[in-house]
Design a protein. Structure first.
Length: 153
């Protein structure tokens, strides 16, 4: 069933990531890639965040409004655009905006995670809160596109 979800994500995402009315060039290899702008990549991005949260095995607190470092603020800023992108996609009947946003969000998270230690860091609680918000946003965005966000891959 997990393989089926990945295949469905690959096809659905490949179709909706393009602007409506434009030409669609379907590349089967690109659509199933675990890197790049694909459904399986975003599924993996969600599963990776959930894995970090499981490993931490600690209570997640609500995000505060201040006291963030630059890289944390960068992720938080990207998360704040979710509602705007959903609204724009809805008004313009353009789901590709959601795809672009989710891909950029995953890239922002990857930069954040490469630059910051999470588990065992003095800022662990704050960073886990950010990762929790990120994984929830990614899951919700994928659900809007009809794509399942697995807990692990």
């Amino acid at each position: 069933a997990e393989n089926e979800e990945v295949v469905l994500a690959a096809v659905k995402y490949a179709l909706v990531k393009n602007r409506i009315g434009g030409d669609i060039i379907y590349d089967p290899q690109e659509s199933i890639a675990m890197e790049g702008n694909s459904g399986p990549y975003l599924q993996y991005a969600h599963a990776r965040a959930r894995s970090i949260l499981r490993k931490a095995n600690s209570r997640i607190i609500a995000l505060e409004s201040s006291g963030y470092e630059d890289s944390e603020r960068s992720l938080l800023r990207k998360l704040a655009y979710y509602e705007t992108e959903i609204t724009k996609a809805t008004i313009e009947y353009a789901p590709h905006y959601i795809c672009t946003y989710l891909y950029e969000l995953a890239q922002t998270f990857n930069r954040f995670y490469e630059e910051n230690k999470v588990i065992g860091d003095e800022r662990q609680t704050i960073r886990l809160g950010l990762i929790s918000k990120y994984s929830d946003t990614l899951k919700t965005g994928l659900a809007v596109l009809g794509i399942h966000a697995p807990e692990s891959m």
